[in-house]
Write a protein that binds this ligand. Structure first.
Ligand SMILES: Cc1cc2nc3c(=O)[nH]c(=O)nc-3n(C[C@H](O)[C@H](O)[C@H](O)COP(=O)(O)OP(=O)(O)OC[C@H]3O[C@@H](n4cnc5c(N)ncnc54)[C@H](O)[C@@H]3O)c2cc1C
Length: 396
């Protein structure tokens, strides 16, 4: 990359013309980092622009459960199942020991009827799902206090969780090892978009043959910079009562014989986290971006108490931290991937379940952009499905 001082109004960053095409990826969350790594590995000249630090957006706080446990319709289930396989394939080449945890998922069900029906449906769809009894649940997760005998428990051995911070570090390192440039802070914060050109807050302009927006929940702000293209409708996350924000809680210390799997009880989702902590989410924690801190602290304490009731050996655990974090929630719940109608030079990728999906989506996106051949698997997820329709919204 050469910086030329030829224009008075800006610095012009010229990504060297090449045998390869130049691609700007906006956002270094799990999705953008994976896309940048795939494109750079495929030989594209990649510039990865990140307003903050890689992995400090939604991906940092995600429950990061890799699953296709309750996702429909069938095509979306299959996409997520391909996501599970894609991480298993990527892990050996990307120091998976640091971030890949294929430990399975144990569920103590809230509703026997719903759980049994889901296990039956998933089995019919070729997914590994089993109803188990209390003795089997105890053998799988000795730290867990089990409910009354006869309650429904289910075991999903193919599911996993990821530690997103070390994962994203490795994805970015893989991209840069294949020639990508990472720019962060003002140099990486995108403030203007036009065909073939990306302007940053530092006043630089990066030239590109392809621009891929992986800005997570900030995607609508980025697509608005592209002019009259779109829409890319996400559920508004900054309105009071929005379902997009969620409270995550980290507690510890956890004894070495503490839980090892992804666990759901009717009152709690939990999994191990690095540093001897557990990561918790209480599904009924009623928070948004305006919830006062004392209420957040009260929910965090409630999570700790629920965890103590669910798991043995947590009597010395305390709340190590809590954070409201925000899901990017496409208005119809499905991924949005492809060229923006009206501004086809901008390729958009935004999704919930982005941790599950990033390894597979990034492979499909890289194949489309390098071979210029549309992916049939991505056909249901194109942004043009929203064109000319009233944008649905979901409230609480
Ligand atoms: C509480 C919670 C639990 C979740 N649980 C799961 C789960 O169990 N399994 C699962 O698969 N998914 C889960 N998700 C969803 C998943 O975490 C997200 O889909 C995923 O992290 C989105 O990744 P991303 O890379 O698209 O976005 P992000 O990680 O948010 O990355 C976007 C990046 O874009 C950058 N950016 C924004 N604006 C600009 C700009 N102008 N210029 C440059 N950079 C910019 C941001 O700084 C950020 O780093 C959960 C989410 C939440 C909130």
């Amino acid at each position: 990359m050469i910086r030329l001082g030829i224009a008075a109004w800006t610095n012009l960053i010229v990504v060297r013309p090449a045998q390869t095409r130049r691609c700007v990826v906006i956002g270094a969350g799990v999705l953008g980092a994976a896309v940048a790594a795939r494109l750079a590995t495929a030989g594209m000249r990649v510039t990865l622009l990140e307003a903050d630090q890689p992995g400090h957006g939604t991906s940092r706080w995600s429950f990061a459960w890799v699953n296709s446990n309750d996702k429909g319709p069938k095509a979306y289930h299959d996409l997520n199942q391909a996501g599970i396989r894609a991480w298993a394939e990527l892990a050996p080449a990307l120091d998976g020991a640091a971030w890949y945890r294929p430990v399975g998922h144990l569920e103590l069900a809230a509703s026997d009827a719903e759980c049994s029906a889901r296990v039956r449906r998933l089995t019919e769809w070729g997914y590994s799902a089993h109803l188990i009894d209390a003795a089997e649940a105890a053998a799988l997760e000795p730290a867990l206090r089990l409910p009354e005998p006869g309650a429904c428990a289910a075991w999903f051995p193919g599911e996993a969780y990821l530690l997103t911070e070390p994962l994203i570090q490795r994805l970015v390192a893989s991209a840069t090892a294949h020639g990508a440039t990472l720019l962060t802070g003002d140099q990486g914060r995108v403030t203007g978009l036009a065909r073939g050109r990306v302007r940053t807050a530092a006043g630089d302009v990066v030239a590109a043959d392809e621009i891929v927006c992986c800005a997570g929940r900030w995607t609508p702000q980025l697509t608005a910079l592209a002019g009259p293209g779109g829409p890319v409708p996400l559920i508004a996350w900054d309105t009071p009562g929005s379902p997009a924000p969620e409270l995550i809680v980290r507690i510890g210390p956890v004894r070495p014989d503490g839980p090892v799997r992804v666990i759901h009880t009717p009152q709690l989702a939990l999994r191990p986290h690095s540093g001897g902590l557990l990561h918790l989410e209480a599904p009924d924690a009623d928070v948004d971006l305006y919830t006062p801190d004392p209420d957040l602290r009260r929910w965090a304490t409630e999570g700790l108490h629920r965890a103590r009731r669910a798991v043995r050996g947590l009597q010395h655990a305390v709340v190590a931290g809590y954070q409201v974090c925000v899901r990017p929630l496409p208005a119809d719940g499905q991924s949005i991937v492809g060229r923006l109608p009206g501004a086809e030079w901008l390729y958009v990728a935004v999704t919930h379940s982005g941790v599950t999906l990033a390894a597979h989506l990034s492979r499909l996106i890289a194949a489309e952009l390098t071979a210029d051949a549309p992916s049939a698997e991505l056909a249901p997820y194109r942004p043009d499905r929203f064109a000319g329709t009233a944008v649905p919204t979901i409230g609480r």
